[in-house]
Design a protein around this ligand. Sequence first.
Ligand code: NDP
Length: 247
Amino acid sequence: MSDVQKTAVVTGGARGIGRAICLALAAKGINIVTCYSKSSAAAEEVIAECEKLGVKGLCVKADVSVAEDVTALIEAAKAEFGRVDILVNNAGITRDNLIMGISEEDFDSVIATNLKGAFLATKAVSRLMIKQRGGRIINISSVVGVSGNAGQANYSASKAGLLGLTKSVAKELGGRGVTVNAIAPGFIETDMTDALSDDVKSAMLSGIPMKRLGKPEDVANLVAFLASDEAAYITGQVICVDGGMAV
Ligand code: NDP
């Protein structure tokens, strides 16, 4: 893969961790395709910032929970750049509540975005990556997918599901030079965690050995490594980026 101009598809790149991932990959000279469901202006801005780093970019409106949208996203990437070398399944939502308060709708929407979205995109790039004889799929799971969390049964289930998806597809595609790994971030400073109450934030902070929240770049740096040629023999792994939270 090293001599070609690589292209990455990063879902949900408009804000937070996805934005940092787009910029980290662009800084490595990788063309960036991202999608948004609502944040069109922010997504266009991220692509403009990537282009300032000397790569090409493309921004597509696509809801990752909708199969036609995901197919169109991957087709748009193929049409623009001719290939997809890296897929980062980053788009995600929370609908937190205790188990007795989670509505069927809030369970379904979290699973549809966080887990089905990754399945759809992975399925859409698999054939292409096999044809290209290589690729990188990186799933942004969560430390709560590893350990569970009271008040997040739907979200934790979706993130734990991503780990099963990661390991299974790693076994299926390993022989074709495609690596599939999951990153399990801890408590990272983004819009998603801004929404938590101060009580929840300080309780979480007390469980972090490094005594600070993570930054989106802490996750993006690992994505950039897993996407690189240097990470060619790492597959099926779940790597926590959490300041020691899950230890
Ligand atoms: P944010 O809420 O800041 O950003 C979420 C991103 O996902 C946005 O760009 C949003 O775009 C996009 N998105 C949401 N739903 C859809 C959809 N249906 N289709 C397309 N895009 C969508 O979250 P973070 O940056 O914090 O989180 C990024 C990922 O990291 C998520 O998967 C999250 O679960 C995971 N994570 C985050 C942690 C944290 O502490 N922040 C910890 C562990 C994991 P739009 O506005 O257009 O909908």
